[in-house]
Ligand binder design. Sequence first.
Ligand SMILES: Cc1c2[nH]c(c1CCC(=O)O)Cc1[nH]c(c(CCC(=O)O)c1C)Cc1[nH]c(c(CCC(=O)O)c1C)Cc1[nH]c(c(C)c1CCC(=O)O)C2
Length: 394
Amino acid sequence: MTFAPLQNDTFLRACLGQATDHTPVWLMRQAGRYLPEYCATRAQAGSFMGLATNVDYATEVTLQPLERYPLDASILFSDILTVPDAMGLGLSFAQGEGPKFEKVVRDEAAVAELAVPDMDKLRYVFDAVTSIRKALNGRVPLIGFSGSPWTLACYMVEGGGSSDYRHVKTLMYARPDLMHRVLAVNADAVAQYLNLQIDAGAQAVMVFDSWGGVLADGTFQDFSLAYTRRVLAQLKRTGADGAVVPRIVFTKGGGLWLPEMTALDCDVLGLDWTMNLGAARRIVVDAAQQKTPDFIAARAQPAGAEGQNGLKYTAPKALQGNIDPNVLFAPPEAIRTEVRSVLDSFGRPHTYRAAPGSTHIFNLGHGISQFTPPEHVSHLVDEVHAHSRRLRAA
Ligand SMILES: Cc1c2[nH]c(c1CCC(=O)O)Cc1[nH]c(c(CCC(=O)O)c1C)Cc1[nH]c(c(CCC(=O)O)c1C)Cc1[nH]c(c(C)c1CCC(=O)O)C2
């Protein structure tokens, strides 16, 4: 399987800590209900799962936001809940309501039954990845994704969305042994799922730990972070074409744990809007400097090379985020002001020779709202490109 050469590698370069002439931008949930063309295709497909399981529809809606906006990356159209669905829990999305599972995993018997699903049940996802790569024709890279083991467990135990996470936290505190088993199965399923997306053509992969931030300090490390680590440890480093596949970990509400997350074996950390990007940048750069005392020399070396002191040079993690998606409800001039403020908070973009590294990928701090006026997104994307070029020229 060979695909057309990539025409815009800005996103992949930024993921790997390399200099770019502008800050790349894409948006979480960029293909979704705020786009009238998405709603039209969804109506044809009849349901969300009808859309996600049909390769042609999934390809069509993945490309829809790219037709409107000069985004620097695309993301597979699917959902994190396809994995528990393949485990036999019976996923459905009722119109106007959130996701629902027919079966919930709350007791010893249900936990005992749980197993890594036959990946053939998820073939429609891998087929969609290959079809989207072909349709993109090298325009921008394609991101594959999965939920984190903890975030998937939240839906599997609650049976759907939740406002208080009562059932999943009850299981965690009352029967940590059962919770650990659910998370171990999820981690191994997610790792296989992402590796097959990589084989099918995904050029980067992202783990959505959307509900990591609802955990208490201590439980986050044991029940979320440890299993994200278990996923990362099993992931392939390169795709079928030999290109490095960057890994992104996004923990909503995880800003306080950023110092601990710098130790993850991933390339990019995603942040929600509560975190100052300049402060986050200092944390990731400090973490890399501790591992590599001669930091400037490290920048001149490929990551992973052996230094004179015998230490492995580690590039600081790139950061992805983090504008409040609600900014998109404000008038265009206010959107542009907020975009500049997020870019400025990250600070002067890294160039090879200039001091301390870390690169920035612009994104929302969480998924785009279905009520967003589509024309407002044009202002956001345009301002990211224009202002980030200005920052590099300054
Ligand atoms: C928690 C989570 C889910 N799904 C996802 C997450 C993690 C990201 C996050 O925290 O937002 C991830 C996801 N879901 C979807 C994508 C597609 C790719 C993209 O970003 O464009 C991605 C990356 C499509 C979708 N997944 C869903 C929709 C809307 C459903 C529809 O079209 O009817 C889309 C476009 C449904 C979904 N799926 C999920 C929920 C809670 C819902 C209902 C909420 C809602 O209605 O917005 C679970």
